[in-house]
Design a protein. Sequence first.
Length: 226
Amino acid sequence: MWRAFSNALPTLDNLWHKKVVDDPSCTRCGKKWEFVEHALFGCKAARQVWADSSFCSFIYNRRNHHLQDVLLSMAGLFNPDELGQACMLIWAVWEDRNSFVNTGKAKEPESVVARANVMLEEFKDSVQVFSPPPPIPTFRSPSDWLAPPPGQLKLNTCAAFNRISKGVGVGATIRDSKGMVLAVRSNRILGSFSKVIGHLLALREGLMLAIRLRLQGELGGDFSKY
Ligand SMILES: [Zn+2]
């Protein structure tokens, strides 16, 4: 997933930029350049897989978004189980794409979804068997999140740093007193940033979201952890 987020997957577009291949056109449909978003979401073969999953409308509504925005939206909207399913499905779509490129054969969409589910269950089992007891959560765990009082909203922001491509992915989520997500905004900003600046950029993203929604309120937070 990190390679996908960093646009480091060997898509034909990336290989074309590195002069490894002469033609960046998608091998499966031949209609579009094979950007990472096309390989994972936009290609007809990928769309058929997502259509067979519970994320069909989520992906369809973001079909023109950058991958980083899709992943940040997933992180903001999905519970841990849903996030695990979606990430494993992305992996299975990429595996199916590789299978087609290397052998000319591809699975049926329902087989790709089933493969993702099997791999997710195997992953959960392996984590239970081999992992030590989880540490007591101290930061960003769901139990840490405190809902605002009734009638008020809370803005949370996050930043994910990419040392390879020198960029930071920033995201912001606004929830109500019941924890319901009301709005999400994400962006990718290129450049080398310190952690403090990265989190301030995420905060700026959140404030822009609040301004766009014409929200008013007090600004507070704990920056000591940065
Ligand atoms: Zn295609």
